[in-house]
Design a protein around this ligand. Structure first.
Ligand code: ZN
Length: 274
């Protein structure tokens, strides 16, 4: 079987070693994992998730009466935090997730990026996505990279209009360094033919599949009075977090991905607790 996320991590190691713009990235800070995504459904091929954002300012939710517009109740005060993810003794700063099998079936043909790669092989679309997600990592590790506009202010979205062109530039720069095909040739085949060749496609996922670490709400230990209390006194308690707030290797597993489903891979001799 081929471990797809392992192959993607090795490819990323090679890319950050060869492409100067991305050389600040230490792949030990990055966890690559797989999510579910069907090839014939709309959705992202991959996503960059940041774990380095500081906690938000304290806040609360409130509800208004439709007729009187008065605040009828509010939640307790909370902050929003990033979960901690540890692999061994390394705290992860960014995670990059890939949707399988959708990512494997991506092609340059009739895609938005085709114009950046005249005459290139269809699989280069996948290399473009890998570089795209790496480029979202902020050199200051302070969230998703912000895109500076010509006037020195920052763009409201994380893809300034030159973003796609810059990504293509890095893809060309990488290929120009003549990387070993062993590092990227797994991208050349679609899901079905790769699956046939290797007798299965597996990938690292979180045991909580399809859920994965995401920002969560934490109740402030010191609850403060607030503006809304002038209009109402009803305070709704917050639910405790429904998911772990700290993840370790224990929360990861290897999953077997098939065309329309995936399941946890049970190794021979492994006891499966009910
Ligand atoms: Zn993006």
């Amino acid at each position: 079987m081929i471990n797809y996320t392992e192959r993607l991590s090795l490819l990323m190691h090679d890319i950050v070693r060869r492409v100067p713009t991305l050389s600040f990235i230490d792949m030990a800070d990055v966890l690559v994992f797989a999510r579910a995504g069907r090839s014939n459904a709309e959705g992202a091929f991959a996503t960059c998730h940041c774990l380095t954002l500081p906690p938000s300012e304290p806040g609360y939710y409130f509800w208004r009466d439709r007729a009187t517009h008065r605040i009828t109740r509010r939640s307790e005060w909370f902050v929003t935090k990033s979960p901690e993810v540890w692999v061994g003794t390394q705290q992860i700063k960014y995670m990059i997730s890939f949707a399988l099998p959708r990512f494997c079936d991506q092609s340059l043909d009739r895609s938005r990026k085709e114009r950046f790669y005249p005459g290139a092989d269809p699989w280069v679309a996948k290399l473009d996505t890998v570089v795209h997600e790496l480029y979202h990592i902020d050199p200051e590790f302070a969230g998703i990279r912000r895109i500076e506009k010509e006037d020195g202010t920052y763009s409201a979205n994380c893809h300034g209009h030159q973003f796609f062109e810059q990504v293509a530039g890095m893809v060309h720069a990488y290929l120009k360094t003549r990387p070993s095909p062993d590092v990227y040739d797994f991208l050349c085949e679609d899901f079905t033919s790769l699956d046939l060749r290797h007798g299965g496609i597996v990938a690292t996922s979180f045991r909580s599949f399809p859920s994965f670490p995401q920002r969560y709400i934490e109740r402030l230990s010191e609850q403060l009075p607030c503006e809304a209390d002038k209009e109402c006194a009803a305070v709704e308690p917050l639910r405790p977090p429904q998911h772990p707030t700290r993840y370790t290797d224990e929360h990861l597993h290897v999953r077997h991905f098939m065309k329309d489903q995936s399941r946890r891979l049970i190794r021979k001799g492994e006891f499966r607790a009910a």
